[in-house]
Design a protein around this ligand. Structure first.
Ligand SMILES: CC(C)(COP(=O)(O)OP(=O)(O)OC[C@H]1O[C@@H](n2cnc3c(N)ncnc32)[C@H](O)[C@@H]1OP(=O)(O)O)[C@@H](O)C(=O)NCCC(=O)NCCS
Length: 222
């Protein structure tokens, strides 16, 4: 997102990160399971997005505008996420589901995105269904996902070197959450993040290096 435009067209070899094989996502926290989507999740994901779309996911999640408007489109999305994990050689993105450990209820989405081989880095993001916010679920899921991204491959992680998180300066809930994880603010780009209902807003960005994060206790060691 904050890359120079030509970087995406002409990536360097750099660290030449490769994904673990097999590629799996099955993470646990005190209250949550964060895992790869399965076909059986389709209806729950579709309903959660449609119950949360209008005043909650929009305007912050641009994909919510035109996606998941039919059960078929959510089925397609889930198949794409499954295929992404099934192909470690081409892996560069996956959305994962956040579930209540006690009840199995679908709570929202997380994932790793824009995985770059040259810098061994990725972006992460999150959303929580409207009727489940305010419980600290996003923070818990985000911290666990960062640990998945940065932990060595031998311990079940992706073995990346860096995780990036971005949000609009107008998204105070998201910015607060990231600040509370005590990760370093790296980016403040003026009027670089356009929100449909607001217009251009500032882009804020945070970065966590692998030696700044405790992947066992899921917290910053800064
Ligand atoms: C932004 C968003 C993900 C936040 O979800 P959330 O689960 O409510 O967020 P948090 O994990 O930060 O928890 C929020 C509050 O829960 C409360 N909470 C309750 N129990 C808690 C617990 N056990 N642990 C931590 N917090 C708890 C806290 O008071 C916390 O507020 P605080 O910041 O005052 O400490 C959610 O509002 C959302 O989905 N928004 C739309 C999509 C979006 O903007 N995504 C981000 C795009 S960049």
């Amino acid at each position: 997102m904050t890359h120079c435009a030509s970087e995406n067209n002409f990536p360097a070899v750099g660290l030449d990160w490769t994904a673990p094989q097999p590629l799996r996502c099955e993470l646990e926290t005190e209250r949550l399971i964060i895992r790869a989507y399965r076909l059986g999740d389709t209806e729950d994901v579709y309903n959660a997005i449609n119950d949360s779309r209008d005043d909650h996911l929009l305007p912050w999640m641009p994909w919510a505008k035109d996606n998941h408007t039919t059960l078929e489109s959510t089925t397609k999305y889930i198949c794409e996420q499954m295929l992404s994990l099934a192909n470690p050689d081409t892996f560069n993105n996956v959305g994962t589901g956040i579930f209540d450990k006690a009840t199995g209820r679908f709570l929202g989405g997380s994932g790793v995105h824009d995985v770059r081989k040259d810098t061994a880095s990725c972006e992460t993001g999150y959303w929580i269904r409207k009727d489940a916010i305010g419980n600290g679920y996003a923070r818990e899921a985000c911290a666990r996902t960062i640990s998945w991204a940065l932990a060595p491959q031998a311990t079940g992680g992706l073995g990346l070197q860096k995780v990036r998180i971005y949000c609009s300066s107008a998204n105070t809930h998201s910015a607060n959450l990231i600040e509370q994880l005590k990760v370093k603010k790296e980016v403040h780009q003026r009027n670089d993040y356009c929100i449909d209902t607001i217009g251009p807003t500032d882009r804020l960005g945070w970065g966590i290096m692998h030696d700044e994060w405790d992947c066992i206790n899921h917290r910053s060691i800064q």
